[in-house]
Design a binder for this molecule. Sequence first.
Ligand code: FES
Length: 109
Amino acid sequence: MSTWRAVAKVGDVRSGDVIAIKLEELELVLGLDGDRYFATQRHCVHRGGDLADGIVSRGCVVCPHHGWRFSTLTGRAPESDDHRLKTYAVRVVGDQIEIDPQPQEQSKE
Ligand code: FES
Protein backbone atom coordinates (compact mmCIF):
# COMPACT_ATOMS: atom_id res chain seq x y z
CA MET A 1 0.00 0.00 0.00
CA SER A 2 1.37 3.37 -0.98
CA THR A 3 2.21 5.73 1.83
CA TRP A 4 3.70 8.54 -0.26
CA ARG A 5 2.97 12.03 1.04
CA ALA A 6 3.42 15.27 -0.90
CA VAL A 7 5.71 17.55 1.12
CA ALA A 8 6.98 20.22 -1.28
CA LYS A 9 7.03 21.36 -4.87
CA VAL A 10 9.91 21.19 -7.31
CA GLY A 11 11.78 24.47 -6.87
CA ASP A 12 11.12 24.73 -3.13
CA VAL A 13 14.65 23.50 -2.37
CA ARG A 14 17.71 24.65 -4.30
CA SER A 15 20.58 22.39 -5.24
CA GLY A 16 23.01 22.14 -2.32
CA ASP A 17 20.42 23.19 0.22
CA VAL A 18 18.13 21.49 2.74
CA ILE A 19 14.77 22.56 4.12
CA ALA A 20 12.78 21.47 7.16
CA ILE A 21 9.78 19.20 6.54
CA LYS A 22 7.09 18.23 9.03
CA LEU A 23 5.42 14.99 8.03
CA GLU A 24 2.83 13.88 10.57
CA GLU A 25 4.90 13.40 13.75
CA LEU A 26 8.19 13.20 11.84
CA GLU A 27 10.69 16.05 11.73
CA LEU A 28 12.70 15.65 8.54
CA VAL A 29 14.85 17.54 6.12
CA LEU A 30 14.45 17.47 2.36
CA GLY A 31 17.58 18.23 0.38
CA LEU A 32 18.76 18.43 -3.20
CA ASP A 33 22.14 16.85 -3.96
CA GLY A 34 22.90 17.84 -7.54
CA ASP A 35 19.68 16.79 -9.28
CA ARG A 36 18.72 14.11 -6.71
CA TYR A 37 16.36 14.75 -3.82
CA PHE A 38 16.93 13.04 -0.49
CA ALA A 39 15.31 13.07 2.94
CA THR A 40 16.69 12.29 6.38
CA GLN A 41 15.75 12.78 9.99
CA ARG A 42 16.05 16.45 10.90
CA HIS A 43 18.20 16.25 14.01
CA CYS A 44 21.81 15.16 14.01
CA VAL A 45 22.72 11.93 15.83
CA HIS A 46 25.65 13.69 17.52
CA ARG A 47 24.01 16.33 19.70
CA GLY A 48 20.76 17.04 17.93
CA GLY A 49 21.95 19.82 15.65
CA ASP A 50 19.35 21.07 13.20
CA LEU A 51 20.29 19.76 9.77
CA ALA A 52 17.80 22.18 8.20
CA ASP A 53 20.54 24.77 8.82
CA GLY A 54 23.14 22.52 7.20
CA ILE A 55 24.44 22.33 3.65
CA VAL A 56 25.00 19.62 1.06
CA SER A 57 28.61 19.05 0.09
CA ARG A 58 30.27 16.24 -1.86
CA GLY A 59 27.41 13.78 -1.46
CA CYS A 60 26.84 14.50 2.21
CA VAL A 61 24.59 16.66 4.34
CA VAL A 62 26.82 18.57 6.77
CA CYS A 63 25.63 19.40 10.28
CA PRO A 64 26.06 23.11 11.08
CA HIS A 65 27.06 22.47 14.69
CA HIS A 66 30.25 20.41 14.63
CA GLY A 67 30.54 19.56 10.95
CA TRP A 68 29.68 15.88 11.01
CA ARG A 69 28.86 14.61 7.52
CA PHE A 70 26.23 12.05 6.51
CA SER A 71 25.80 10.46 3.08
CA THR A 72 22.73 11.74 1.23
CA LEU A 73 22.29 8.20 -0.14
CA THR A 74 22.68 6.06 3.00
CA GLY A 75 22.61 8.50 5.92
CA ARG A 76 25.88 6.99 7.08
CA ALA A 77 28.78 9.10 8.32
CA PRO A 78 31.76 8.32 6.07
CA GLU A 79 34.01 8.33 9.14
CA SER A 80 31.97 5.89 11.23
CA ASP A 81 29.51 3.05 10.60
CA ASP A 82 28.05 3.76 14.06
CA HIS A 83 26.79 7.20 13.12
CA ARG A 84 23.93 7.31 10.68
CA LEU A 85 20.74 9.18 10.06
CA LYS A 86 17.43 7.62 9.19
CA THR A 87 16.72 8.11 5.51
CA TYR A 88 13.43 8.23 3.63
CA ALA A 89 12.55 7.50 0.01
CA VAL A 90 11.76 10.54 -2.14
CA ARG A 91 10.08 10.70 -5.53
CA VAL A 92 8.92 13.45 -7.87
CA VAL A 93 5.44 13.23 -9.38
CA GLY A 94 4.75 16.09 -11.74
CA ASP A 95 5.78 19.16 -9.77
CA GLN A 96 5.20 17.52 -6.38
CA ILE A 97 7.95 16.06 -4.21
CA GLU A 98 6.74 13.09 -2.19
CA ILE A 99 8.27 11.24 0.76
CA ASP A 100 7.51 7.77 2.06
CA PRO A 101 7.31 8.21 5.87
CA GLN A 102 8.59 4.67 6.47
CA PRO A 103 12.36 4.83 7.12
CA GLN A 104 14.46 3.00 4.58
CA GLU A 105 16.32 -0.16 5.48
CA GLN A 106 19.79 0.72 6.65
CA SER A 107 22.19 -1.41 4.67
CA LYS A 108 25.94 -1.53 5.23
CA GLU A 109 26.54 -0.20 1.68
S1 FES B 1 25.30 18.18 16.66
FE1 FES B 1 25.69 17.61 14.59
S2 FES B 1 27.84 17.44 14.50
FE2 FES B 1 27.43 17.87 16.59
